[in-house]
Design a protein around this ligand. Structure first.
Ligand code: CA
Ligand code: CA
Length: 291
């Protein structure tokens, strides 16, 4: 069955308190309209997130969607089928954003127009690679702002979350209560300046339930699995993601962890997803050729 949710149905945190805006069955498809991370308040280059910008309302996520039969301890499987971009996106940076501060003296905006598979950015033609920045389930017993990533998902800013990939998210409450937003027409690993090309979109996805538990978000595409981990520092996040990879490979192949560690070392890539959110996110890419 096909459902739709408009981009007026948004939340700014992932919370067990939010009532679902839609209930679907496993196998159902949903077209989710997403708002851009600035709630479409920056639509020209004369606008910036300068002084009077309301930062209490950023990174809206459309939803939540409850999935019938999903129970705490299950895994929600979200297959991203298509991401249709709006006609223009926005790139923004400010003096204090990202690892290198004071590159700009004030907040600056660039508008990027979409032309089919390309975006024009400062006169350059750059290929679009649409991806979802925010996607997650409601946590069990607290609210987590959509600006923050974690075990529930959230602001993961991981560029493999794109059409053709499958996102696995732990379920903490009945129904899971999935919400998503913050689509980027393109983003580099790290999202170092603070944004990708922030844009409204229509995301077509199919949901399913896996009865296997999961401890943190995982992404799968044709070639690989990506095991994500978010933490306060890159060191802690790397530790968490590599530990997940060792466990994943050891379980998959029924081999001791020390052998799985060696396989991780020779064939898997430790990659940075983003370094600009309240927790940073890294991932380990486990190629299917070794599984
Ligand atoms: Ca983001
Ligand atoms: Ca963003």
């Amino acid at each position: 069955m096909l459902h739709r949710i408009g981009r007026d149905r948004v939340v700014y945190d992932m919370s067990p308190e939010h009532k679902p805006v839609l209930e679907v069955s496993p196998g159902d498809t949903v077209i989710v309209e997403t708002e851009d991370c600035f709630c479409h308040r920056i639509v020209s280059e004369s606008q910036t997130v300068g002084e009077d910008f309301d930062f209490t309302h950023v990174n809206p996520a459309t939803g939540p969607v409850s999935v019938r039969g999903a129970l705490p301890g299950d895994t929600l499987v979200v297959s991203i089928e298509n991401i249709e971009l709006d006609e223009q996106g926005v790139v923004e940076t400010c003096p204090e954003w990202g690892p290198v501060t004071k590159v700009s003296q004030s907040c600056v905006t660039e508008i990027a127009k979409i032309h089919g598979n390309y975006v024009s950015f400062m006169g350059e033609r750059i290929e679009v690679r649409p991806m979802i920045g925010v996607i997650g389930n409601a946590p069990a017993d607290k609210s987590i702002p959509c600006t923050t990533p974690g075990k529930h998902g959230g602001n993961l800013d991981t560029k493999n979350i794109m059409a053709g990939s499958r996102v696995y998210l732990p379920v903490f409450i009945k129904g899971g209560n999935l919400s998503l937003g913050d689509v980027h027409a393109r983003m580099g690993d790290g999202e170092v300046g603070g944004t990708g090309i922030e844009i409204r979109a229509k995301v077509k996805l199919t949901v399913d339930i896996d009865k296997m538990p999961l401890d943190s978000p995982t992404v799968e595409n044709e070639e690989a699995f990506y095991l994500l981990f978010s933490a306060k520092t890159l060191e802690e996040a790397s530790h968490g993601a590599v530990k997940r990879a060792i466990q994943f490979i050891a379980d998959w192949k029924s081999i001791p962890e020390e052998k799985a560690y060696m396989l991780t070392s020779i064939a898997c890539d430790l990659m940075i997803s983003q370094v600009v959110n309240p927790l940073v996110t890294v991932r380990v890419r486990v190629p299917k050729e070794i599984l």
